[in-house]
Ligand binder design. Sequence first.
Ligand code: BES
Ligand code: MN
Ligand code: ZN
Length: 501
Amino acid sequence: MKIEFSGIAVPSQGTIVVGVLEERVLTPSAQMLDGRTSGALSRAIATGRFKGKKNQQLALVAPPGLTLDRIIIVGLGKASEIDTLRLEGIGGSLIGALNKAGDKVAAIVVDAIDGAPLPVGRMAAAIAYGARLASYRFDKYHTKQKEEDKPTLTELTIMSADAGAARAAYQPLDKIADGVFFSRDLVSEPGNVKHPETIAADVRGLSAIGIDVEIMGEARMKELGMNALLGVGQGSVRESQIAIMRWNGAPDGFDQQPVCFVGKGVTFDTGGISIKPAAGMEEMKYDMAGAGTVIGLMKALAGRKAKCNVVGLVGLVENMPDGNAQRPGDVVTSMSGQTIEVINTDAEGRLVLSDVLWYAQSHFKPKFIVDLATLTGAIVVSLGTYQAGLFANNDELATRLIAAGKAVDEHVWRMPLGDKYDKDINSDIADMKNVGKGREAGSITAAAFLQRFVNDVPWAHLDIAGMAWMKNGDNPTVPKGASGYGVRLLDRLVHDHYEAK
Ligand code: BES
Ligand code: MN
Ligand code: ZN
C-alpha cells in the first residue's frame, strides 16, 4: 500500500473519508462535501445512530454528480481529545474497513480542528502511521489465496491543508513502522526458516543502513566461557549465534556512552529434554520475539537516524531434545563465573540471557540495559495480553518505560524483585538453579535470575510472553499474529530521554 500526502481536493475516483466531531458536528471538509451532494451527508447522519463518537463509521454511496464511488464518514469524538493515539487508531480502523469493502484507492481528508491539541500536519501523519501499521500482512506462504481474501487497497492519500508538514512529521514514523514490520516478519516466520544462522544473516543485512554488525559463533562463545547459552543450543543441529548491532548516531560533543538492548532469541523452544506437551507447541516459534524486537528497534533507530549511540545484542539459540542435549541436573559455568544447576531445560531463556547480559554490561559499560524476552508463561497468567511485565533495579528507568508505554500504547506493568525471591533460586549444589519454587512467582524468580547477571548497571527486564503474539487482533494497529511489541515503546524511550536534541 502506497501512502501519499496532498492538499485537499475532491478525488475523481475511489473512496473519500471525512471526519465528524461528537454531537454530529461536521468538519469543514465534511461540510464542503455535504454542500456538493445537496446534503447527502447530513441526511445520512440524521437518520441513523451515527453521532461522531471516536471511530464510529458510516459509509454511503457517492450520489450522482460525483465520479467517486463511496464516502465514509468517520467519528473523531471530542475535539479536545483528538491525540496521536486516537488518530492512529482511526487510521488503522479505516484500513480495515477499506480493505473489507474492496476499495483500491482512497483519500482521507484531515482538517485542522478548533480546540484539538495537535496541528493539522501532525494529525495527518498520525492517521497515516496508524494506517501503515494496520496494513501489515504476512501471507507469503499462501499460494491459493482467493481474490476476495486479499487486501485491495493499493493507494492511500492523506489530504490536508499542510501536506508539507504532514510529510515531514510522517518521515520518522515511516521508519519506525519499517522496524515494526521487520520484527513482525522475523517472528511470523516458522522455525525451519528462521533459525539462529538465518536470523544472524538477516542482521548482517542491516549493515546496509549504517549499523555495525558483529556475529559471534560457538567457537568465540566457548573462548568467552558462555556455557549457559551454549548448553541450551547443545541439542540443536543449528549453530548458536550472538548478533551484536551498533548504531553510532551520537553527534560530537554529546554523551557517547551507549544505551543497550538485549533480546531472547530462542528460534524454537521445544522445552528440550524437559519437553513441552504437543498441544500448542507450534507457538514456540515466537520464542525469539525479544530478539525480533531488538532487531526491529535497531532498524527503526538507524532508519530515522537517532542521535545517540545504541547497542543491540540478541542471543540466537534453538532448544531441542537430542542425544547430545543438556540434561536436567546438569551444572554449567556461565561467563560471569557463576555456576547454574539446570533443573528444567525448559527454563532456557534465562540461561541464554545470562551470558548475553553479562557480556553486554562488561563489554559495553552501557548507561542502561533493557532486555526483552518471552520468558515465562506465568506473566501471561498475571497480565494477559494487554501489558508486558516490567522488572527493574532502577526506579528512573522504570518510570521512563512506564511513561513511554503510555505514550505509544505499548503498556508495561511493574512487578517486584527482592531478597526473598532471589533466595528462591539458590541451589544445593551450585550458585543458583534455573527455576524457583515450583510455580510460585514464576515470572519474578525468572527476573531475579537475570538480575544476578547485570552487576550494578541500571537494568530493566520486559517479559513479553503475552504481548509478542496476538491471537485475535482487536487492536486496529496490530493485526493478528506477530505484534512487533516493544519497537515503538523503546524507540520512544530513546527519543524522549537519550538523544541529542
Ligand atoms: N518460552 C517459554 C515461555 C512462554 C510461554 C513464552 C508461553 C510464550 C508463551 C519459556 O522458555 C518457558 O518454557 N518457561 C517455562 C518456565 C518454567 C519451566 C520454570 C514456563 O513458563 O512454563
Ligand atoms: Mn522454555
Ligand atoms: Zn522459551
